[in-house]
Ligand binder design. Structure first.
Ligand SMILES: *[C@@H]1O[C@H](CO)[C@@H](O)[C@H](O)[C@H]1NC(C)=O
Ligand SMILES: *[C@@H]1O[C@H](CO)[C@@H](O)[C@H](O)[C@H]1NC(C)=O
Ligand SMILES: *[C@@H]1O[C@H](CO)[C@@H](O)[C@H](O)[C@H]1NC(C)=O
Ligand SMILES: *[C@@H]1O[C@H](CO)[C@@H](O)[C@H](O)[C@H]1NC(C)=O
Ligand SMILES: *[C@@H]1O[C@H](CO)[C@@H](O)[C@H](O)[C@H]1NC(C)=O
Ligand SMILES: *[C@@H]1O[C@H](CO)[C@@H](O)[C@H](O)[C@H]1NC(C)=O
Ligand SMILES: *[C@@H]1O[C@H](CO)[C@@H](O)[C@H](O)[C@H]1NC(C)=O
Ligand SMILES: *[C@@H]1O[C@H](CO)[C@@H](O)[C@H](O)[C@H]1NC(C)=O
Ligand SMILES: *[C@@H]1O[C@H](CO)[C@@H](O)[C@H](O)[C@H]1NC(C)=O
Ligand SMILES: *[C@@H]1O[C@H](CO)[C@@H](O)[C@H](O)[C@H]1NC(C)=O
Ligand SMILES: *[C@@H]1O[C@H](CO)[C@@H](O)[C@H](O)[C@H]1NC(C)=O
Ligand SMILES: *[C@@H]1O[C@H](CO)[C@@H](O)[C@H](O)[C@H]1NC(C)=O
Length: 835
């Protein structure tokens, strides 16, 4: 037996689950040398619940782990020490600082050297500074620095869409870490670990329950549970917020009064909310505030009683005001619309509802606005509402959870998308007015504002289900702190902390990340047409026609000749005119609208020529082929890092990247087939509908299998698949191969439904060459489908199989549960061929 080199043994042995995220504090490689680091940590607050105390513990743990150096924690003064505390506590103990330090709320001062000083404007600021210092050490940065850093905005929250039964709406990383069985879980270990991750990137509050809220959260028992959550997160400086069900007063909440109304102006309702708010603050004195989704998607709200949204928001604002809490009131309010009305437009809803209310919201209300006017699409213009509220606090709502964006089974690094919004210049009053300056409060001189992101971590050890998706979480915190920070640098930093300092590793993973959003946009929805996921079902796989002929208003208005929403003032919905004049003028005209938003603003023929010179339809085809091709490279790029990443994380991510490679082809073909079918315009390069290396399952010899017409049609090659005749009996498909003899990668496109785990065996000349199961529901974590469609369609590839002309090729499928071993096609790929 050959002995493995020592490092390889280590590499394999140290399996990592991902639970530490970017806070692994991995030992620095021996190639890095460093100056001496103080061995004393002076902690200027010894109360165990203080973030300053936590900072001391974290510094000790981090320095031990990264540098292998033990540190002594005390509050005695030492010459060579790391001092951590608030600026005020430092001045009280040591006298004035040499430098004049200006810190905004939650900011910190970091000065390194033989004496290292980490001072916060407040206690959590000191903890942020400690995490920053540890991040430097973990990345091998030992230069002496002296600087102040303060967050760009006071509100840096995350939203969890957790239900009290433990499920999570749009959660793709397991069940809730907060709730189960209608109440708060007993073991809050994961909540503490989550708070640590949040604090390390400057997040200061978590709304712990779903915006589609449940009144039972307000029972005395559950209020006590919220208290336990708050106690758990407080040492990390993370506050608890909750989402409210507007009709709670009349919902019969156990242990609370039950009214017959929830009218926000009814005195009994006002009293009810101030009473409940009082109870919450008794248990959670530092509760951050409430998040409210009202009169949206079936939720009750003030409009139910003909009251304004401002009256609804102010109801909570007044209850919270004595306690210092704030109301995050979501702007996601819209009505069902009729597509036969050319001027109807859901994108207008937020401005229609909220602009007339500007100035009517109390000072502790913040209107929380999704980044675009529809709903977390792969590309949207910045919501015009940001530019229409001069006298109202605003915050942006981003989504780390990849609803519409691959549900964490596709690699999509989102900060470059967020950048298109945060850095967008609204030209309010013809002046520079970047969205991030509006939400920080600078542009309109507002006291409050900032950031909220839907994160939806779960009980899975990876938090989000995918190791690489954690970069979105990390970057969200960094950008909420400083939106001008470079998103490539953020990713490199995250990679060093998460996987190691090796430059090849950092460059490869960052390169994959930077290619990922453009690739996803290319193989999903182009030119501002929206993502084209199934909006009526799981928001995951392709289903372009689901956008139209319904009341949800995410329309494309695609017909045989034309596509796109006419949002002009001159002939369309008028949406373009809701931007300030300079921006409105750009979007009003096709000639000045950027290609990537053309179909958002204009209804054009498929033959419309883009600035690139291509037609709309040819751009669709080319982008889909190019995006899917890029997605094929992610797994290959990742595989070059096999020796540099621990086995568990390497394999788990590889599995997802291979899935993405296959599913990007499902996307490519579905969208190309759909628009080819609807427009009748051929692909100039003759790729669409032309698949020389495929064998359709329905054209094979079927035994115990029957043909099945897939819906939507475009999610099956040649519209058809095959399924077993019943859901008990094994069947088979077979054919004689006419491809030239050679070594092939054999891809099998099949459907992997939720509710069964069919077994498949691939045979060549009756000899088994591979087996697999349709069992992705056990590990992929995306919203599963019970149908043969674009969500369940996937490809599995077997590499390097020797095949001879004339071989008999077959697959034996054994159904299970509701999954009838469905097969779409097989594809035989020589090196360099992609079909
Ligand atoms: C120490 O920490 C506790 C808990 O956070 C806090 O109440 C107290 O004010 C802090 N003391 C000082 C001097 O900052
Ligand atoms: C402050 O200035 C004094 C005198 O110049 C110097 O001895 C000391 O090291 C300085 N302290 C820090 C923390 O830089
Ligand atoms: C929820 O209740 C079920 C059934 O009573 C129990 O098996 C399970 O352990 C509970 N879960 C939690 C997290 O308490
Ligand atoms: C709230 O939760 C309870 C108990 O789980 C459930 O019966 C009720 O339907 C939920 N209400 C809403 C509005 O979701
Ligand atoms: C609470 O009030 C609502 C509305 O008036 C009523 O439908 C419900 O039955 C009441 N619930 C309880 C537990 O009294
Ligand atoms: C809330 O109302 C209940 C009666 O429903 C009363 O017993 C309790 O004292 C009130 N609590 C507060 C904090 O006002
Ligand atoms: C709602 O208010 C409007 C305007 O004040 C009024 O015209 C309308 O009749 C009211 N509707 C109801 C149901 O009270
Ligand atoms: C939409 O409007 C058209 C034309 O006015 C009408 O025929 C159709 O019934 C409406 N559809 C719905 C769902 O209201
Ligand atoms: C103007 O709007 C009508 C619908 O009212 C539409 O049919 C037509 O195509 C639009 N014209 C242009 C030039 O976009
Ligand atoms: C702002 O710009 C628009 C469009 O360029 C122009 O029409 C308008 O006069 C300008 N307003 C001011 C106050 O300069
Ligand atoms: C948790 O995520 C990992 C990595 O994606 C996956 O392998 C594992 O099956 C997941 N576990 C559950 C219970 O979903
Ligand atoms: C077959 O499928 C049906 C529903 O389609 C289901 O009720 C039944 O339990 C399945 N049979 C088996 C053996 O799983």
């Amino acid at each position: 037996m050959q002995l493995l080199p020592l490092f390889a043994v280590f590499g394999l042995a140290l399996a990592e689950t991902g639970i530490n995220g970017w806070l692994r504090y991995a030992a620095l490689p021996s190639s890095v040398s460093w100056p001496s680091i103080p061995k004393h940590i002076v902690v200027l607050n010894t109360t165990k619940t203080s973030p300053v105390y936590t900072a001391g513990q974290e510094l000790q743990r981090g320095i031990q782990s990264i540098l292998g150096q033990g540190c002594h924690i005390s509050n005695d003064k030492h010459e060579e020490s790391i001092v951590v505390g608030t600026l005020d506590a430092y001045v009280a103990a040591y006298g004035k600082l040499n430098e004049s330090v200006e810190l905004k709320g939650d900011g910190y001062w970091l000065s390194t050297g033989s004496k290292t000083v980490i001072l916060g404007q407040n206690e959590r600021g000191a903890l942020y500074g400690a995490f920053e210092y540890l991040s430097m050490l973990a990345q091998g940065h030992f230069s002496t620095v002296s600087y102040a850093s303060s967050p760009d905005a006071p509100i840096r929250w995350v939203n969890q869409w957790d239900n009290l039964d433990g499920s999570i709406e749009r959660g793709f990383g397991g069940a809730s870490i907060f709730f189960a069985n209608g109440t708060v879980v007993n073991d809050l270990t994961r909540v503490s670990e989550y708070a640590r991750l949040l604090a390390s990137v400057g997040i200061n509050a978590v709304v712990v329950n779903n915006v589609n809220a449940n009144a039972t959260l307000l029972s005395p028992h559950n209020i006590d549970g919220l208290g336990r959550i708050a106690d758990t997160m407080r040492p990390y400086g993370v506050q608890v917020g909750i989402a409210l069900y507007f009709a709670s007063p009349s919902s019969g909440v156990q242990g609370q009064a039950n009214l017959t109304t929830f009218d926000p102006l009814d005195p009994s309702v006002v009293t009810w909310w101030s009473n409940v708010t009082e109870q919450i603050y008794e248990r959670v004195p530092d509760m951050a505030g409430y998040l409210v989704k009202a009169n949206s998607e079936g939720q009750p709200g003030p409009l139910t009683y003909n009251r304004t949204l401002a009256e609804g928001a102010n109801l909570f604002a007044k209850a919270l005001q004595p306690h210092g809490g704030i109301v995050m009131f979501r702007a996601f309010v819209y009505n069902q619309l009729n597509e036969s009305d050319w001027k109807a437009d859901r994108a207008n809803a937020a401005v229609d509802f909220f602009k007339p209310l500007d100035g009517q919201f109390d000072d502790n209300v913040v209107v929380q606005i999704k980044y675009g006017p529809i709903d977390f699409q792969v590309r949207e213009p910045a919501s015009p509402l940001f530019a229409n509220l001069y006298h109202t606090n605003t915050a942006i709502e981003l989504q780390v959870s990849q609803e519409y964006l691959g549900q964490q089974t596709h690699l999509v690094y989102l900060p470059p998308l967020w950048d298109t919004i945060l850095g967008f210049d609204m030209r309010v009053d013809n002046q520079t007015s970047l969205v991030h300056d509006i939400i920080s409060g600078r542009t309109f001189d507002r006291p409050l504002g900032g950031y909220a992101a839907v994160v939806n971590v779960g009980t899975n050890q990876t938090w989000l289900g995918s190791h690489l998706s954690m970069a979105n979480f990390y970057a969200y915190g960094r950008l909420a702190w400083n939106p001008a920070e470079d998103t490539t640098k953020i990713h490199e930093e995250w990679t060093r902390l998460t996987f190691g300092l090796d430059p090849q590793l950092v460059n490869t993973i960052t390169n994959m990340a930077l290619e990922s959003w453009p690739a996803y946009e290319n193989y999903s929805g182009n030119l501002g047409v929206q993502t084209l996921t199934d909006i009526l079902y799981t928001h995951f796989g392709p289903n372009p026609q689901s956008q139209d002929n319904n009341g949800w208003g995410q329309w494309t208005r695609a017909d045989h000749n034309t596509i796109g929403m006419d949002r002009t003032v001159s002939n369309g919905t008028g949406y373009a005119g809701t931007y300030p004049p300079e921006v409105a003028a750009i979007y009003e005209n096709i000639s000045t609208t950027p290609d990537n938003l053309l179909l958002w603003f204009h209804h054009v023929p498929y033959t419309q020529q883009l600035k690139s010179g291509k037609t709309v339809i040819q751009h669709f085809y080319d982008a889909h082929y190019s995006g899917a091709e890029t997605a094929q490279t992610f797994a290959t790029q990742w595989q070059t890092l096999a020796s540099k990443i621990d086995t568990q994380r390497f394999n788990e991510q590889l599995c997802r990247l291979k899935y993405q490679a296959g599913h990007s082809l499902v996307w490519r073909d579905a969208i190309c087939n759909f628009y080819h079918n609807v427009s009748g315009i051929a692909d100039e390069l003759n790729r669409v509908g032309n698949h020389p290396w495929r064998i359709e399952a329905e054209s094979m010899t079927l035994k115990g299998y029957k043909q099945y017409t897939v819906s939507p049609f475009e999610t099956a090659s040649n519209y058809h698949a095959v399924v077993t005749s019943d859901n008990i009996t094994t069947g088979s498909v077979s054919t004689t191969l006419h491809f030239p003899s050679g070594i092939y990668d054999i891809g099998v496109n099949f459907y992997d439904l939720y509710g069964g785990e069919s077994h498949f065996e691939m045979l060549i000349n009756n000899k088994g060459v591979a087996t697999w199961r349709g069992d992705s529901e056990d590990y992929l974590g995306h919203t599963p489908s019970i149908y043969l469609d674009g969500h369940s369609a996937r490809r599995i590839t077997f590499e390097g199989v020797a095949v001879k002309e004339g071989d008999v090729f077959g697959i034996v499928g054994t159904p299970d549960g509701i999954e009838p071993a469905p097969l779409d096609y097989m594809v035989f790929l020589l090196k360099g061929v992609l079909d």
